[in-house]
Design a protein around this ligand. Structure first.
Ligand code: FE
Length: 143
């Protein structure tokens, strides 16, 4: 996989993910390198191997499932914040298979099968996260 190709226009980044790149890992590395502390991520593209989670509020845990085969990434959306000084990405995805069936969830990983077109809006600010016992989730934490 070649070096990540992107352009920056003021506070927005346009990123092209390539075949074989894993979305979450690649974007985490990217926001770290670019020192993006807060922002919004949106994207579309194609994947053939994704793992998505569904949060069980009673068990306070994620049930994850693996999806394979050609799929359109109809929507990838999420945010960038920080937890313990490290970038924290929270991403959700909607996928469509060859039969037109939609599946999706909390994104754990997705390998690009054709291309990934990502736009990152940088927000000038900082928002942290803290583990919340009641929900079992890392919630936004404001100073
Ligand atoms: Fe989630």
């Amino acid at each position: 996989v070649d070096k990540l190709d992107y352009r920056r226009f003021k506070d927005k980044y346009i990123v092209r993910l390539q075949k074989g790149e894993e979305v979450v890992e690649t974007l985490e590395k990217f926001v770290k390198e670019e020192k993006i502390r807060l922002g919004r991520i949106t994207g579309i593209g194609a994947t053939d191997n994704a793992t998505v989670g569904f949060f069980d509020t009673k068990e306070k845990d994620y049930h994850s499932k693996k999806l394979t085969g050609d799929m359109e990434i109809l929507n990838l959306s999420g945010n960038i914040s920080e937890m313990e000084g490290e970038p924290y990405l929270h991403l959700h995805i909607t996928l469509e298979d060859a039969k037109g069936v939609l599946q999706g969830g909390h994104l754990n990983s997705a390998v690009i099968s054709a291309t990934g077109e990502i736009i990152i809006d940088v927000i000038d600010g900082v928002v942290g996260r803290n583990y919340d016992d009641e929900t079992g989730l890392n919630l936004f934490e404001f100073e």
